[in-house]
Design a protein around this ligand. Structure first.
Ligand SMILES: Cc1cc2nc3c(=O)[nH]c(=O)nc-3n(C[C@H](O)[C@H](O)[C@H](O)COP(=O)(O)OP(=O)(O)OC[C@H]3O[C@@H](n4cnc5c(N)ncnc54)[C@H](O)[C@@H]3O)c2cc1C
Length: 388
């Protein structure tokens, strides 16, 4: 077993760290206060090619593996930034790459790689279906060669910042299906044209973090047959195929958050003097920080294993899910240890602890809640009876 990072991975981390240094805490704090999108940061990340690192070289990307993409996202969050502002492009693209036609890939991937087009929006969740994706009601009805789509989506992030939307819609009524995982299809939608034509209305949702998530109201959206990605009726499977990548990448963001918290808590607890000694000399302060550091180390090993399996085209569902679960929990433990170490100052926005605390909490809930991750481990890995 070789636990060392490759030279390439080490230099990727150095390069991303250098890029992030141009976007310090004050940059993210200001955006958070204004609920503004990190345009300059995403532009810099795109220009440097990091958002296209998973796109194969033949389509204009860097053709790197998930281990390298993980390093990119981890370093962003470890710098104090928030990779969630742009991460979806990495895993949403996977559905197009794996299941899109050659023509779709040649048309879109090179333009996504250069940043000419943004594929940042992923439209799955609906108000009535929630975590039960196979219950979605947004329907794509066949008309001529194409489809007409109507329905409603909720929590669709970055719809206002994206040119393209990867949309999951029903093509066969639920009641007509013997296998409920069938009957859904994936479409690549020109979001700008759909909004301009009045077929999609976007309504922002005000959330506790700066996340740019929205509701979509879709009314009579006409799509050509060429918008279908992969096989009609197999959309749920096509989406699932990108879930392992998503879990590994999100685990990496949590690990980055955790590193940021441990670093800040360690520094602050070493410097802040109360009762005549640094507060970090008290085990009540130092143990939670040390504990979360140990948890992060364990989660990192599972993430690294999941990434290795993924990059070697081995099954990695169990490891990818465990990595997401453990990393988000470790980051949350580190967040709480840091809140405690900072005392009242944790609540003052200028220290950024409360911002990162809010941001890291999301990973326990979205894009998939840890309960659903545990259900996967219990039911698909251990073979326990199904709850859903
Ligand atoms: C900021 C943000 C951004 C998001 N961005 C996107 C996006 O870009 N695209 C997109 O499609 N979606 C997005 N989502 C949606 C997200 O994926 C869902 O919120 C999430 O999947 C859970 O769905 P729900 O909120 O309807 O919860 P529900 O399904 O109503 O679940 C509520 C609670 O019950 C638990 N629960 C439900 N069923 C079970 C069960 N069988 N066993 C155990 N526990 C269960 C859940 O774990 C959860 O804790 C986003 C959400 C947020 C908050």
């Amino acid at each position: 077993m070789d636990f060392r990072a490759t030279t390439e991975q080490a230099s990727i981390r150095d390069a991303v760290r250098a890029l992030c240094a141009r976007f310090p805490d004050a940059y993210w704090r200001d955006l958070d206060g204004r609920s503004a999108y990190p345009e300059a940061f995403v532009a810099a990340l795109t220009a440097a090619g990091w958002l296209a690192c998973l796109i194969p070289a033949e389509y204009g990307g860097a053709g790197l593996g998930i281990a390298e993409a993980s390093a990119v996202l981890e370093e962003i969050n470890a710098s104090g930034g928030n990779a969630a502002a742009a991460h979806a492009q990495m895993y949403t693209m996977g559905t197009l790459l794996r299941h899109g036609s050659e023509e779709q890939k040649r048309t879109y991937l090179p333009r996504i790689a250069t940043g000419e087009l943004r594929l940042q929006a992923f439209g799955i969740t609906e108000p009535e279906a929630g975590s039960e994706t196979t219950r979605i009601r947004t329907t794509a009805t066949k008309r001529g060669d194409g489809y007409v789509v109507s329905g409603k989506k909720i929590f669709i992030s970055r719809a206002l910042q994206s040119d393209l939307l990867l949309l999951l819609a029903r093509t066969t009524p639920y009641d007509e299906l013997a296998d409920k995982t069938r009957g859904l299809s994936v479409f690549l939608v020109d979001l700008r044209a759909a909004v301009a034509g009045g077929r999609i209305t976007i309504r922002p949702i005000d959330t506790m973090i700066n996340h740019h998530t929205t509701e979509l109201f879709i009314d009579g959206l006409e799509l050509p047959a060429s918008a279908l990605v992969g096989q009609a009726g197999m959309g749920f499977r096509h989406i699932i195929d990108s879930w392992n990548a998503e879990r590994i990448l999100l685990a990496s963001e949590s690990l980055g958050d955790g590193r940021w918290f441990v670093d800040r808590a360690t520094r602050y607890a070493s410097e802040r003097v109360v009762f005549g000694r640094p507060i970090g000399a008290n085990q009540g302060v130092q143990f939670p920080i040390a504990q979360s550091h140990a948890q992060l180390g364990a989660a990192r090993l599972v993430r690294d294993k999941a990434a290795w399996l993924f990059d070697h085209a081995e099954p990695c569902g169990a490891e990818a899910n465990m990595a997401k679960l453990l990393a988000s929990q470790a980051a949350w433990a580190a967040a709480n240890a840091t809140m405690d170490a900072y005392g009242g100052y944790a609540f003052a926005k200028e220290f950024d602890v409360e911002r990162k605390f809010r941001e890291t909490r999301l990973y326990m809930t979205a894009p998939v809640s840890n309960n659903l991750v545990l259900a996967y481990i219990a039911e698909h890995v251990l073979g326990l009876p199904r709850s859903y």
